[in-house]
Design a protein around this ligand. Structure first.
Ligand code: AHR
Length: 599
């Protein structure tokens, strides 16, 4: 294996090469509320404590929030209620992780014509273990009151529920009940462990919020940014009909922009272009959609005294968010009105924001586009052999015209399992091809990023979590071996071996640093011995002193799990130049190789 680091062959990789794509899929981000205005008699996810003779619970449309009018009405029927009272409980999504000593912030809106005392508790899933409890007096009034209460847990339970009970006969209404841990990342609502897994990928961009989530099966159920900003209580939420669940849009347009800032990643806003899976807006009638998107850009980028910038400022972010990329729809290239609608959005955005880079849904990897674009989307979900061979896909692409945004790639179906080593090997090889072609490939992200283990609609995914645990699939760990490539210097690698058909490799260095990395992927089932040489790099590889990072396992279909989260995660190993079957090797660790002044 030869690395040629001579200056004339060195090339700067775009700063943006590797990032993440966060879609609201698999209950990746949705919280607490289910149901919504279209199923008003369904109290799900609330359940009742008590029986028919002691309590009657239903919903009605008396909420104080005009865009989400459904409230929960609880009528206590008993004069002598059972000990502990009657009431309602909510398990969050598949149980909440309540941890000893931690503080939880409860917010709820309540209306009770008569004075009543509510007992608010965090308990185990069957109510038998009490983790935190307090009583809240509610004065009788005809208006809604916002109540806020801190609850400090005195015990740990991973599948807890929130319950609200009383002994007093009468009627109480509830709406927008929220329970959040006090220690979310920067107070912005995200679990710190999940944020640090994202940070470890060194993402240079964050594409959001979909995916199909942006499109909807029907336009009426598409993501609407306007409905996802402002106070969370006032957001109507919507039914995400592609992934089949209600989202309260608490993770809305603003929160995605804030998340990109927290991650130090460039935001990439994928907006609905008037097209869903099953219906489309005629280009002749697309003007309001275009106006809506221009408003979204003013919300992100406008000054704090502009119409929409002032809404952002009121939410706590007077400084603009630096939106420099937008995608005009998702996977809509073949649709009847795509080109017509696209051009309307393209021209309006170009005029208002000349610096914004626009991403077309049409693939230009093998033939030119028939419309202007700065970048084009490229999505690939395939088997591992095909993806491995696709490391050469962009070799043949035109060097002129828009650059590729490989905004979704993954091995899926039979050889992916729920995230197998085999899948990650093919993906790693594919990424070496993107690095090699990073003169025409500007960005790439794996998909999907997250899955709540209780709702795996899409398989496989990079990060699996439940209420309290998380682990990375091999595809996640594979990505951590490539994060440092964004902005680095690429050097060509050639492999001369009878095994070269199952090998892939890439090499990078850093401009002002001694660090360099060589990654080698052995996709085959034989061990391979390699002699490694480098032109332009001062090898300081020392078999005794150096280490490599290896991703491998004894079985190519091995997966990580909650009980064995590191089955194929990275490990440091003594440097060896025999490549195990089915492995990714990154070598050496920092400072083992040194850039030379002269080739
Ligand atoms: O990543 C899952 C889905 O795959 C995305 O929503 C969509 O863009 C693609 O079809």
């Amino acid at each position: 294996l030869k690395v040629d680091a001579s200056p004339q062959l060195a090339r700067q990789i775009p700063d943006t090469l590797f990032g993440i794509f966060f879609e609201e899929i698999n209950h990746a981000g949705a919280g607490f509320e289910a149901g919504g205005p279209h199923t008003p008699s369904n109290i799900d996810p609330w359940s009742i404590i008590g029986d028919d003779s002691s309590i009657f619970v239903a919903t009605d449309r008396t909420s104080c929030f005009s865009r989400n009018t459904v409230a929960l009405r609880m009528e206590v029927l008993c004069d002598n209620c059972p000990a502990g009272g009657v009431g309602i409980y909510n398990p969050g999504f598949w149980g909440m992780n309540i941890e000893d000593g931690k503080t939880y912030n409860l917010v709820m809106y309540v209306k009770s014509p008569e004075t009543v005392e509510l007992t608010v508790s965090l308990t185990s899933s069957d109510g038998s273990q009490n983790l935190a409890s307090t009583t809240i007096p509610v004065s009788g009034a005809s208006n809604w009151t916002k109540l806020e209460q801190k609850l400090v847990a005195q015990g740990t339970n991973r599948t807890s529920r929130l319950q609200i009970t009383t002994n007093k006969k009468g009627v109480v209404w509830f709406d927008q009940v929220s329970l959040m841990p006090a220690d979310t990342y920067k107070g912005h609502g995200f679990r710190t462990e999940l944020i640090s897994m994202m940070l470890d990928l060194k993402p240079r961009f964050l594409r959001f919020p979909g995916g199909c989530f942006v499109e909807g099966e029907w336009l009426r159920n598409a993501f609407r940014w306007r409905e996802s900003i402002g106070p969370w209580e006032e957001r109507p939420g919507h039914f995400g009909d592609v992934w089949h669940y209600w989202t309260d849009d608490g993770l809305g347009y603003y929160e995605f922009l804030q998340l990109s800032e927290d991650l130090g990643a460039a935001p990439i806003w994928v907006f609905n272009n008037g097209i869903s899976h099953n219906d489309e807006v005629d280009t002749a009638a697309i003007a309001p959609f275009v106006k809506d998107v221009l408003d979204s850009l003013e919300f992100a980028r406008g000054s704090a005294d502009s119409t929409w910038g002032s809404v952002r400022a009121a939410m706590g972010h007077p400084e603009p968010f630096p939106v420099k990329y937008v995608a005009i729809g998702n996977e809509d290239c073949g649709k009847k009105f795509y080109r017509g609608n696209y051009l309307k959005f393209y021209n309006a955005i170009r005029e208002a924001y000349p610096d914004i880079q626009m991403i077309s849904n049409c693939d230009a990897s093998s033939s030119p586009l028939d419309h202007p674009a700065d970048l084009y989307d490229f999505h690939v979900y395939t088997d591992s052999k095909t993806l491995f061979s696709m490391k050469n896909t962009f070799d043949r692409s035109s060097r002129n015209g828009p650059k590729a945004f490989v905004s979704e790639y993954a091995v899926w179906r039979s050889d992916a399992g729920r995230g197998s080593l085999l899948a990650s090997l093919a993906e790693a090889a594919f990424l070496t091809g993107l690095e090699k072609n990073s003169d025409v490939v500007q960005m790439a992200s794996y998909a999907p990023l997250f899955v709540n283990n209780n709702d795996q609609t899409w398989n496989p995914d990079a990060i699996v979590f439940n209420s309290w645990q998380q682990y990375g699939t091999p595809s996640y760990w594979m990505q951590t071996l490539f994060g440092e490539s964004s902005g680095a210097i690429f050097h060509p690698v050639t492999i001369t071996s009878s095994y070269s058909g199952s090998l892939a490799a890439s090499a990078i260095t850093w401009q002002d640093s001694e660090n360099s990395f060589l990654r080698i992927i052995n996709f085959g089932s034989d061990p391979v011995s390699l002699t490694i040489s480098a032109t332009g790099l001062q090898a300081r590889v020392n078999a005794l002193g150096s280490t490599a990072t290896v991703l491998t396992s004894s079985n190519v279909m091995d997966e990580n799990s909650f009980s064995n989260p590191n089955k194929q995660s990275r490990c440091k190993s003594r440097l060896f130049l025999t490549l195990s079957p089915h492995s990714i090797l990154r070598l050496p660790s920092p400072n083992s190789w040194q850039r030379c002044e002269a080739a």
